[in-house]
Design a protein around this ligand. Sequence first.
Ligand SMILES: [Zn+2]
Ligand SMILES: [Zn+2]
Length: 826
Amino acid sequence: MDPKERTIEPWSALLDAGREDGRLVREAREGPGRAKLVEPPPELHPEVLEALERLGMQRLYSHQAQAVYRAWEGPTIVTTGTASGKSMCFNLPTLDVLCRDGRARALYLYPTKALAQDQARALATFGLTKRVRPAIYDGDTPHEARAQIRKSANVVLTNPDMLHVGILPNHAAWAELFANLAIVVIDEAHAYRGVFGSHVANVLRRLRRIAAAYGTTPRFLLTSATIANPVELAERLTGLDEVSLIDEDGSPAPGRKIAMWNPPLTDEALGTRRSALAEAAELLARLVREGTRAICFMKSRKGVERLSQLVKEDLEATHPELAELVAPYRAGYTPQQRRALEGQLTRGELRAVITTDALELGIDIGELDASVVVTFPGTVASLRQMWGRAGRRGRGLAVYVAGEDALDQFFCRHPENFLDRPVEAAILDHESPLIFRQHLLCTAHEGPLSLDDAEFLGPRWEAHAELLVSAGELRRRPGHVARRGEDGEIGDSVLRGLGRESYVPRRSGGYPAAEVSLRSASPDSFEIVDVVSGELLGSTEAARAHSTVHQGAIYLHQGRSYEVRELDLDRRRALVAQFDGDWYTQPKRETETSIERLLDRREALGVTLSFGEVSVADTVLAYQRKRSSDHALLDLVALDLPQTSFPTQALWFELPIGPTVSRAGGGSAALHSREEHEPANGGLGGPAETIPLESLLGALHATEHAQIAVLPLIAMCDRWDIGGLSTNFHPQTHGPTIFLYDGHPGGVGIARTAFHRFGELCEDARRLIAECPCSGAGGCPSCVQSPKCGNLNEPLSKAGAHLLLERMLTAPPEPEPEPALAGLTR
Ligand SMILES: [Zn+2]
Ligand SMILES: [Zn+2]
């Protein structure tokens, strides 16, 4: 340890103590890096250069200047670090265009309203008020202001939902924008993944199509957090080829200490640890006492409130005056309130602010000494963004306090694997059939579909259109000769598809976009209504309603907990009330999968690995109530719900373990079977080994859980987005089989990614199990137990799963893989 550091850093004593008692499991140092400064591109419009001068930015970071040149050439994505001045990368090219062309328009898309507000403010600081007229257009924009914005704003800041439901269907009212659309900015592009991303990819294709109809080809400029596949994400989102990447950061990285903090084990055999909340409270109180200005991130609002309380209590005991300087940050603050908060933090009037990830997405709250992230936020990209807040005056402390969840503990043991190189890919599938068809209908509503649309919608759109014809949603319209001079505007005549055969909506008066939620894979959804206020809180996919909002379920919505009072199947809604109790629920369900279509297959790791379309049938039978603090079982409540089913994508692998075992029972009934077993033959089981049925089931089940737990580290998603099923006998494969499937109807590419990166998935799962210190046969929540298991974590065999994965990973290598897969398999 550098003796100088002890005297300089206010957190040195804290880290020393952590090192001593083993809670500080890993530390690393980042930066400081020197800024690479360059002259602003002299080709920029003189007024833009003057504005930079006024702002005191005589020099730019190298990536900002580079972005300007690239933006002039073609679509570009920038992935430099948090607080590296990414907005400048798209603001400069935009301002340049607006200064040169008085008619030009730009469209900025933000995933949240708060971010759009911040950006509008940032644009105003350039002081180019004559040339640049930004306006926010979202659900909160007053109706009387809307016409004026359509007419005069030349930078429209909005969100994908508004573009989808408000702007594109009414393109005629926005003709001025579309006919002059020069630039489309997509900030925080990594937010567009999974179901939401698959929708947004379709919305952006519709945007390009409408722009083309009005004669424009806007330039797309994107930014993203650091992910494994930025170019692929940009191309999948926009449908454009050859997006160029800027990832060399020219901003000065602050020197930052990274500390991985693991709460101590309280029961080694059970694998239980002291709670991350208690641990974080102690850390934060200590940091505040040392004079540090800190921000702390929690997953839920309840957690935020609870942690604020604990920190205040801790401080009150020793330094009551400091307790006042800790505040929770609540959702719904206006930009002014956020500025005020930022000012208080910067001036030291507040020492610590505790928040949910509402603050995570790029909001400019200034730089602080320390950032404490409590439990793994789900992706390394998010963790990095949160940590990016730490680094005031060139130095900072970034802490991660691990929770007991499997992903937390795995990450805690292998931070270097994830921090040194981005491993998570943002996955989306714009052709996910249900999502694609919903947008195809919206597209047809915006203008008849014709052959030219393959450019925007891809080569397979017509097959989907035919399905919509059969479903009575679209009709084919024969071509006829257009009469010249009939149409006022170019866009309009093109969009009416005159003169060509086309597809048009069957019902002319419909408004399909209003029926499509960008957050839900299927239009078939249940509304979630607050029973007290009558407020509509949101919706959930029908396919998931029975398991997430059954009567009695505790449901987390935007960081707040609710208890479901009633699930009304006829009216398709769940009535919920705010919940403050100390328990959570876990549904018990029976799941069956049937293979509908095989799309790909290969031999890998000694198993037959397949990818295809499946149908998942689910019956929710009951639910458990468990105490939050110690997961103790409170009771099991029976439910009477009908079976539901949905189509999706899955990978499955068949294990060549004793066919004799598979005769022991069929399907899920075998889960409860205690029949005596026969020796298994050949394959992974080994010729002379005996695998009792219960152990086989436990091994398969634990393997499935472990794989689901680590999959989010490959494909950015939540474990709740993935489903799984393991059985010793599947009627279609006739043997032991494990399925991993996309939890959203239609699938959004998660299972496909897992199929392609199966080797990594198995290796990560093996390490997760092998390195967990718990000693119980059924594992613990940090390895093979799952908080969402439909079988309530029965049966599970940690040792069996370990053996199975070991065998797979040491299986003799396959014959040469097919060239297309060569790079993707081990
Ligand atoms: Zn464990
Ligand atoms: Zn399970």
